[in-house]
Each structure stands twice: as structure tokens, then as C-alpha cells.
Design a protein around this ligand. Structure first.
Ligand code: GLY
Length: 368
């Protein structure tokens, strides 16, 4: 079992990472919070696969809880669903010391985190992420959210969990697109922070195909959590360095939206986005051509889904302007100066974004 501490003073918490740690979740909750009551918020898929395992572990440790199940998918991350969950928590007579366990991928983590952070002005939240993307990124750092019709994540809080418990053995049941989606975020950590991690993932792609090297998998997940913890500790509220975690996300959001939400996984779109933003970085002379070529060669080797080639430049720019972060300001992007080297967040011009999109389209067509 590995522990990564998120060192946020009064809001500090541990991330526990270990194969088969799910059966011990009851004890970890007891150690952290004492024996108390609460709710496990999860989705139908995760509940079917692992609900009994988690419930058994909580029961053995004597916790009193109910399972509250939402439908899988982005649509569950709505204010209407949050309201239904509040009503359910009232019905269950949860009080301020009760826990909310967010048991699932990014959608459940964001939704349950949001509900837990606002119900009774905030109850203890425990994140038990079950997708690679949630384990290496969204369960750590305290961002919670629901979507509005106008855009994703438009309502949310910064609210740190009490504990994040990661059991990599649950990743075995993920489908390859979800694995690739999480890998997008792993590769991102490599490109913005840790060259060795980037090269290691490239060399050992089987790590996330076979899942037969649990110790290595645990180490890679822990490394990602360490990087995220370091960044979040420095900038919890996303005003400075935390923004570098958005590498690939500017173009990625546009591509994800252009494909139609749900058609392409978030992290897959981020991989395309990182290729495009590496191209902008090299056009500006920040990134050498050789480094860009190497990055592109490696990232395109990950069996990416096809780009939405019908997406026009105007539509792409429209999606990028809809993004909440750029509605009233220029479009910003993370630019890199090497693999795992220096990064900056800078305004990018429409022409650069369009240039990157055309570059991607050419790559996408050549690939087929
Ligand atoms: N996923 C980016 C962040 O947590 O800031």
C-alpha cells in the first residue's frame, strides 16, 4: 500500500493506493472518521460490479450506510440529480458527521463530491475512484461539479475529500476506450512534469492492456497522484500553476464537443489536444521540431479514435469560446518547452488554433 499526502494544512488528506484495498475500505474510513453512518453514491455499472464488495467491507467494520445509485453517464451530473440526492440524504437522516462515499468514475466523483460539499454546508467526503481517469486525476484535488445546459462543470465547489482510496485491481473491467482516456491524463503528467514517466508509459504500453504487473501499475498511479498533489498543494484554487493540468484540454474540449459528447472519451480528446498544443508550442519556437515529432509519434501510437473531420473551423472556435474559462477572455492554452520541461499558460490566437486543427486533420487522414 502506498500513501501520497495532499498537504493542505487543515484540509490535508491521504491518498491510499493499493491492490485489493477495497476490502479494507471500512477500516480506513474508521481510522479516519471513526465508526459512523453515511451514504455510498455510485452508478449502476459500478454497483453491479463492485457494490457488494464495498458494502461488505463497510459492514464488516460496523458502518451504517445506504447505497444510493444513479444512472451511469454524464447526464447524471445535473443539478436535478443533485437535488434528488439531497432529498435522499435527508430521508436517510444524514447529519454533519455522516460520510458520503463517491464510488465510481469522474461523473460520480464530481456529482457525489458536489452533493457532499454542499449538503448541510459540507459533510466528510471519501473518494473511491474506479476508473483510471478518476484514479489519476479527478478524485484528487477537490474539484466538484455539475453541468448546466450551457456547458460542462459550470457549477461546482473546491472541497477536499477526507480520504482517497484507490484500488487499481478494479481497472481490469474497464473497456479499452476508458483505459485510453485515463492514459491521456497519465501521458499529460509526463509531458508537463515528468519525462521519465512519459517514456516509461511509452515503453510499457502493455501495463494498461494486460494489467498483469500490479506493483508497477500501483507505482505509476501513485506517481500521477504525487504530481497532482504537489501542484494542488501549491495552487488549490486553480489561479496559477494548477492551470498547467489543462495541457491538451483547450483543443481537447473543442474536439470532444465536435465529436458529440459521449462519442469520444475525454482523455482521448485530450491526447489529440496535446498533439495540437505541442504543434502550437513548436510553431512558436518553444518546442523543438525533434521533440514535437517524438511527442506526435508516441501519442499517435495509442490507437486514437478518429477525429470529427466534419468539424468546421468556426464551429471549433465556437466550442472553445463556450468553454467557461474563456467566455469573457482570450483563449488560453498550456504551451510546453520540452518533454517534462517548462510550461506556460498563454493566450493563443484563433489562427494558431485553426492551424493546429488543420495539422491534426492531416495527421488523422494520413493515419487511416
Ligand atoms: N483536472 C484538472 C484539475 O483538477 O485541476
Amino acid at each position: 500500500m502506498k500513501t501520497v499526502d495532499v498537504d493542505l494544512g487543515e484540509d490535508a488528506y491521504p491518498i491510499l493506493i493499493g491492490g485489493s484495498s477495497l476490502p479494507e475500505v471500512g477500516e480506513f474510513v474508521e481510522e479516519r472518521l471513526g465508526r459512523i453512518d453515511g451514504a455510498v453514491i455510485t452508478d449502476e455499472t459500478v454497483d453491479r460490479l463492485y457494490g457488494d464488495k464495498l458494502a461488505g467491507a463497510l459492514e464488516v467494520a460496523g458502518h451504517d450506510f445506504e447505497r444510493v445509485i444513479v444512472e451511469p453517464g454524464e447526464e447524471s451530473k445535473s443539478p436535478e440529480n443533485a437535488k434528488e440526492l439531497y432529498e435522499k440524504l435527508v430521508e436517510l437522516e444524514l447529519h454533519r458527521d455522516s460520510f458520503v462515499i463517491a464510488f465510481g468514475g469522474g461523473v460520480v466523483g464530481d456529482l457525489a463530491g458536489f452533493v457532499g460539499s454542499t449538503f448541510l454546508r459540507g459533510v466528510p467526503v471519501i473518494q473511491v475512484p474506479t476508473t483510471l481517469l478518476a484514479q489519476v486525476d479527478s478524485s484528487v484535488g477537490g474539484k466538484t461539479a455539475v453541468n448546466l445546459a450551457d456547458g460542462k462543470n459550470l457549477v461546482g465547489t473546491f472541497y477536499q475529500p477526507e480520504l482517497v482510496l484507490i484500488d487499481p485491481t478494479v481497472l481490469n473491467t474497464l473497456d479499452p476506450a476508458d483505459v485510453r482516456s485515463g492514459l491521456g491524463e497519465v501521458l499529460k503528467y509526463g509531458l508537463i512534469w515528468d519525462e521519465e514517466l512519459f517514456r516509461e508509459i511509452n515503453k510499457n504500453q502493455a501495463l494498461f492492456e494486460e494489467f498483469d504487473e500490479p506493483a508497477e501499475l500501483e507505482r505509476v498511479i501513485a506517481r500521477c497522484c504525487e504530481i497532482k498533489a504537489e501542484i494542488v498543494t501549491e495552487d488549490e484554487k486553480d489561479r496559477g500553476i494548477r492551470r498547467i493540468l489543462n495541457f491538451g484540454h483547450t483543443l481537447g474540449h473543442g474536439i470532444e464537443a465536435g465529436a458529440g459528447y459521449g462519442e469520444m472519451k475525454h482523455g482521448e480528446a485530450v491526447i489529440w489536444g496535446m498533439i495540437g498544443e505541442s504543434w502550437i508550442s513548436s510553431q512558436r519556437g518553444y518546442l523543438s521540431r525533434e521533440a514535437r515529432k517524438e511527442i506526435v509519434g508516441i501519442l499517435t501510437g495509442f490507437d486514437l479514435p478518429p477525429l470529427p473531420l466534419g468539424l468546421t473551423e468556426d464551429k471549433l472556435l465556437g466550442y472553445l469560446r463556450q468553454d467557461k474559462k474563456s467566455r469573457r477572455e482570450a483563449i488560453n492554452s498550456v504551451l510546453i518547452r520540452g518533454i517534462g520541461g517548462e510550461t506556460t499558460v498563454e493566450e493563443v490566437k484563433d489562427a494558431e488554433l485553426v492551424g493546429a486543427w488543420n495539422y491534426l486533420k492531416e495527421l488523422g487522414v494520413e493515419e487511416e
